[in-house]
Design a protein around this ligand. Structure first.
Ligand SMILES: [Zn+2]
Length: 181
């Protein structure tokens, strides 16, 4: 159940996704008239003046200019988010990053060569390419684009954010972004 500890999607005044913030922050934005609730989340917060449904999506009342960002930083958390927190080879819970083409064989540290993997596959694969092992990738790894990178830091993509996110390069199912155990 979502509470003040869950997260909300913040849209620009133009409805473009901007970022994900804790629900607590979204409530403050609404109470200070910096944002309007767009989609309700779960629960109600009681303030001195009013009761407010905790929003899952808010929209800024004033347009904010966002610096253009050409590439999404390649971080462990972002790769895990793109790959749904799963090992791309066996679908177990991912615990590490893997270079599809090993670095020792000239593989690059880029979005199209870095995937999330479990420790077992990482260990078995070692310095070999997947062709040698007879493994295959379910889908080609690509850099997140569009709205995806703005929500990629979120632990979980709320299905209620979906209408504003366009096409994500990964499956934003509820369980997809659980932190690995
Ligand atoms: Zn695996």
């Amino acid at each position: 159940m979502a509470t003040l500890d869950s997260a909300a999607l913040v849209l620009n005044a133009s409805y473009e996704p901007l970022c994900v913030v804790p629900s607590r922050r979204a409530v403050v934005l609404v109470l200070t008239a910096k944002a309007l609730p767009v989609a309700e989340g779960d629960g109600v917060v009681h303030s001195a003046r009013t009761d407010l449904a905790i929003p899952s999506v808010v929209r800024l009342t004033r347009f904010v200019k966002v610096p253009f960002r050409a590439t999404v930083p390649l971080t462990r958390k972002a790769v895990f988010a793109r790959d749904g927190g799963r090992c791309v080879y066996c679908n177990a819970t991912a615990t590490s990053l893997d270079h599809v083409v090993p670095r020792s064989r000239g593989g690059s540290h880029t979005w199209d060569n870095v995937v999330s993997a479990c420790s077992r596959c990482n260990h078995v694969k070692a310095d070999r390419g997947i062709a040698e092992l007879g493994w295959r990738l379910g889908r080609k790894p690509v850099a997140p684009t569009g709205a995806a990178w703005r929500v990629i830091g979120a632990r979980r993509v709320d299905p209620r954010w979906r209408p504003w996110l366009g096409d994500l390069p990964y499956d934003p199912s509820e369980e997809a972004l659980e932190e690995p155990a």
